[in-house]
Design a protein around this ligand. Structure first.
Ligand code: MG
Length: 383
């Protein structure tokens, strides 16, 4: 279960915390894709705030996870809503994870799954700071023995039935003030074990947390790459052309591979070029009948996923459309928005320009459309 139902108002920003971009991707995507890719996890249940449904759909609509359920007024109520939705799937164990910790690793999930056999287990870190208790006036009342203290993270791991029963009992008893699920299990009389957490599994709460994490992440993505792409399609009979995933009415159509979207094809080649991972024809052969007439958006999604699989990010996409007609200018904003949506980028990382060929050459004679693209990507430095 990935819990993202809070408002996260301390984090500031224009959008709720879970949807704030980290390296161009909404934060909630980090946890959802980590858990959905894990072979040991059968289903992933997102719990979101009701008001965030459109944001969630835009960010995570295509992921292989269960439909989101809406959380309640407290974190505890939100987890209970998620647990009730999971009853139908009869899980043996459940891991409860906060979307505000986007950097959990597959290894941590492995330890959590193993520890769940104990009934209740949480990832913890030894404390390096000295910890003191204070009174209401911020005066120290006690210095705690840090050797016996642990800072607790998520994912927290539980026997599903035991956690569900504890949550139902707490709700029935009118208790809604538990700060985490482990505290609720302690209240219910269960013993809670601690397994090794991860220093990198930080919780992002304040605006400066986001700024720090962004700059640390960018510093690691020091392998800057640029790739170029070029594509041409000839006009044929038809009533529209596809450019950048946008249908533009025209007196002609375009012939060729898939829907002949030269803009998306050039962008795919630019990204694959930056990755040095072949070209669009290698990954989607024109001889393969399944691509005949197909929409080109999955090709761009594939290229973006290749960048993400390498732990990288796309910094910028730039494309120039060259044709005498149709006029691209009126559709420029729609094309930019479509490319940004497909690639999961903010609008200011996508540029679309258009020019003619001054009536020169095959483009000048109105025989086809060309597109030139440049992709700037950042990959982790690997020497
Ligand atoms: Mg093409």
């Amino acid at each position: 279960m990935v819990v993202a139902a809070g408002r996260g108002s301390r984090a500031g920003g224009d959008v709720p915390k879970a949807y704030r971009p980290l390296g161009g991707r909404p934060m909630i995507l980090f946890s959802l894709s980590l858990f959905s890719a894990d072979k040991q996890i059968r289903v992933v249940q997102p719990v979101i705030h009701e008001d965030d449904a459109p944001l969630y759909q835009a960010a995570a609509g295509g992921l292989d996870v269960l439909p989101p359920v809406f959380g309640g007024a407290t974190r505890q109520a939100s987890v209970l809503a998620g647990l009730e939705a999971l009853v139908a799937h009869q899980p043996e164990i459940v891991l409860v994870h906060d979307a505000a910790r986007p950097f959990a690793s597959a290894a941590l999930i492995g330890r959590a799954v193993a520890a769940a056999k104990l009934g209740a287990a949480v990832p913890g870190m030894a404390m390096s700071d000295t910890v003191k208790a204070v009174d209401a006036r911020e005066h120290v009342t006690q210095t705690l023995d840090r050797v016996s203290l642990r800072a607790i993270q998520t994912p927290q791991a539980f026997n599903f039935g035991a956690l569900l029963a504890a949550h139902r009992n707490a709700a029935a008893a009118g208790r809604d003030d538990f700060s985490d699920d482990a505290a609720l299990m302690e209240w219910a009389g269960h013993s809670v074990a601690v397994f090794a957490g991860e220093a990198g599994n930080v919780k992002l709460t304040m605006p400066e947390d986001f700024a720090r994490v962004e700059s640390e992440r960018l510093a690691m993505l020091a392998d800057m790459r640029m790739g170029t792409g070029y594509d041409v399609h000839a006009f044929s009979d038809g009533h529209h052309v596809m450019l950048g995933g946008v249908k533009i009415p025209h007196t002609r159509g375009l012939a060729g591979h898939s829907d002949a979207d030269a803009v998306l094809h050039a962008l795919v080649d630019a990204i694959l070029g930056a990755l040095a991972e072949g070209d669009i024809g290698v990954h989607f052969p024109p001889s393969d009948p399944q691509w005949h007439g197909a929409a080109s958006e999955p090709f761009l999604r594939f290229a973006v996923e290749r960048v993400q699989a390498r732990g990288g990010m796309i910094a910028h996409l730039d494309v120039t459309v060259i044709c005498e007609a149709p006029r691209v200018g009126p559709h420029r904003d729609a094309i930019r928005a479509r490319i940004a949506a497909i690639a999961g980028l903010s609008l200011d990382r996508v540029a679309v320009k258009a020019t003619t060929s001054e009536k020169l050459g095959f483009i000048g004679r109105g025989e086809g459309i060309a597109a030139l693209a440049t992709a700037t990507i950042r990959l982790p430095w690997s020497g």
